[in-house]
Design a protein around this ligand. Sequence first.
Ligand SMILES: C[S@@+](CC[C@H](N)C(=O)[O-])C[C@H]1O[C@@H](n2cnc3c(N)ncnc32)[C@H](O)[C@@H]1O
Length: 246
Amino acid sequence: MKTYNVFLDYYDKIVRSVNNPIEEELDFLINDCLKKYLPNAHSILETACWTWVIARELIANWYKVTWLDISEEMLEKAKENIWEKNIVLWDMTNFDLKTNFDSILCNYNSICHLLSWQEWQNFFDMSFKHLKTWWILIFDINTIFEFENITRDFAQFYNYWDDTVCLEMFKQNWYYEWLVKIFKKSKDNKYDLIEEIIKENSFEINKIKKQLKEKWFEILDIIDYHYKEVNENSERVYFICKKIIN
Ligand SMILES: C[S@@+](CC[C@H](N)C(=O)[O-])C[C@H]1O[C@@H](n2cnc3c(N)ncnc32)[C@H](O)[C@@H]1O
């Protein structure tokens, strides 16, 4: 079973739907994060970039963006949609770009695609290695609270073109699994069922904070994306972290 290959065509429509407009997310990322904490930033490495929607807007705001993803299909799609071609195929837990950036961004709970705590630590190490000293790592997580909520009696259905997409999440032993079912209309007016599985995981906010401090990041802010104040019911949380030594 493949991951994101078919879901790719529906992803932006679903995750940036009326409940979660992309304009609000971009305003938050550009004005409340980048311009607030990095008024002079120019170069950004967007890890796990997938869609071009974020990169395109960053470029429109005069940032110089390099984007990195582990999926060749994503990057091919991105190339079709953006004129700047600073694109690298690499695993965000282990890469070496031989350059340092003003900011590293890992948006839309992409870090949660790393299942083990060791991979999260490796990502922090890679971010540290590729950031200029005193500059900023920005990433967001889906909290454990959010994943636990979604796994409880949750199914969502979306209709696009003639197709229907059903999303469900199940808890596995130590991680979570999205089951994406796509009922795709074929030429002979029948429906093919295509299934994809996307695995995600999360860790306690305090554990992440402790690890970041041990890896020589100062945490400038932790923001609840929806309600600003982080509490035990926060669903999506952004971390703004400054690299403090070389
Ligand atoms: C939720 S999507 C990204 C969303 C995107 N950041 C945004 O804001 O629209 C998750 C992305 O993470 C990528 N990904 C998963 N594991 C990765 C890894 N180890 N290294 C780099 N990219 C990875 C997937 O290929 C996919 O493009």
